[in-house]
Each structure stands twice: as C-alpha cells, then as structure tokens.
Ligand binder design. Structure first.
Ligand SMILES: [Fe+2]
Length: 234
C-alpha cells in the first residue's frame, strides 16, 4: 500500500498541485487553510482525495470563526489571510473543517498509524522538541508503530524506542530552509521524505489577485521563497 502523507498545505494550491505521485491512500495531518489565499481548491482536493484527515489549529480557528489577534509574523499573516478564508470558503467547506477529528488511528500493511496535527497530548497546538528525548514521554504509551505529525513545518523522521515519528513537513509553507513543497511517501512500511519544486511566483501572483492586504504578501513572500521563518515572528 502506497501512502501519500500531506500536512500544512495552508491554502497554497500551486504547491499541492505540484505533487505528482501515484498513491493508494492519502492521509492529511491538517492545516489546510490560512497563510495562503487559495483555500477552496485545497479543501476540495482533500475532500475528494484524502482517506483520512485530522484537524490542525488553523482549520479549527477558521471553522470556529476565531478572529486572530493582531500580532507579528505568522500570527499577523493568519489574521490578514483569514478574511479571505471566510470570504471564499462555503458553508460546506467550513462544515468539513469543523468535523475533522483531532486524532485518527489506522492499521495498514501490519503497521498501526496514529495521525495527529501537533502531539497526542495536545493535538492542535503543542510544539514538541524534535528529538528522541522530546518525543520519548509522548510516544511511550502510544498504541502505534508510526506517529504521523505535522505543525512544525519541518520535515523529519525519528526513531524513538522502536517507533517512528514522521513529520512530512509543510506542503504550502516549509520552514526548514528548503522552499520546495514537502511531503512523505510510506510504501510497505518504508518512509520516504520527499520535496518537489513548485511555481512560487504563481502563489505570490494569486495572493496579489486575491485582494488580501498587501502586508500579508510582505510577510509571506520571503518565507515562501527561502523556506525560512518569518523574520519578525515572535
Ligand atoms: Fe501549519
């Protein structure tokens, strides 16, 4: 069974559309929305193609109509793009986001997979130190062979006491120094972390065309082009 693992697409349709893989099942680890300005094709694609999706903190905020507070860096980017989410997403899309489960477990090819956006003990928000020691107490009692998690936008694979902790990275806003879209393939239990270049110019042009506050583009563009963190993020 060939699994396509996606996370943190963040309304960046050109990034998602660049992933050219055959797969038997697509699993999505949340954060479909905010930061970019094309949420509709992203949510539609996931509705049509993902066999399982868990809720990210941004999916939760958009679906619950939480207004982000003004701030700096990514918080401000979320605030500015959220108006586009609410303008463009239909009630059907918002209902889909609101009903996403916080966690999901699947058994595939004899492996037990545990899907969560951030962490099993805090599914939406926790940033776990991405080290064996950071994950050890969290996975110790987990009934799973592979923990699939996103949220950090940093692609990684760790072996922790016989379990695998896999973060496919971010499709739509990588922050690990490589601006290419990040994802993972799991085939027969073997994990492959992958990247694909996409048309970042098209993403930026679409943001301009969306009518979003230009301050959002000022924040997003350097992050998208470098795969780095927002310069003024707190
Ligand atoms: Fe995210």
């Amino acid at each position: 069974m060939r699994l396509l693992i996606l996370s943190d697409i963040h309304a960046n349709w050109p990034a998602l559309a660049a992933i050219d893989e055959t797969f038997d099942l697509c699993l999505c680890l949340g954060d479909l929305v905010d930061y970019g300005t094309e949420p509709v094709p992203v949510v539609e694609w996931i509705i049509s193609n993902a066999a399982a999706t868990v809720r990210g903190n941004h999916d939760h905020a958009v679906a619950q109509r939480v207004q982000a507070r003004p701030g700096r860096g990514f918080r401000e980017l979320a605030r500015l793009t959220r108006t586009v989410m609410w303008r463009d997403l239909t009630p059907r899309h918002l209902k889909f986001l609101s009903r996403l489960p916080l966690t999901q477990t699947l058994s595939i090819d004899g492996k037990r997979l545990y899907l969560v956006h951030a962490s099993p003990r805090d599914p939406l928000d926790e940033y776990v130190a991405n080290t064996v020691d950071g994950w050890r107490p969290i996975v110790a009692d987990l009934d799973a062979d592979i923990l699939l998690t996103g949220h950090t936008h940093v692609q990684s694979q760790l072996e922790v006491d016989g379990r695998l902790v896999v973060n496919p990275g971010s499709v739509g806003q990588p922050r690990d120094g490589d601006p290419r879209a990040a994802y993972a393939i799991i085939d027969g239990g073997k994990v492959e972390l992958k990247r694909v270049a996409y048309d970042i110019d098209r993403t930026i042009a679409q943001m301009r065309a969306s009518g979003v506050d230009p301050k959002a583009i000022d924040i997003a563009e350097p992050v998208l082009r470098t795969g780095g963190a927002a310069s003024d993020d707190s």
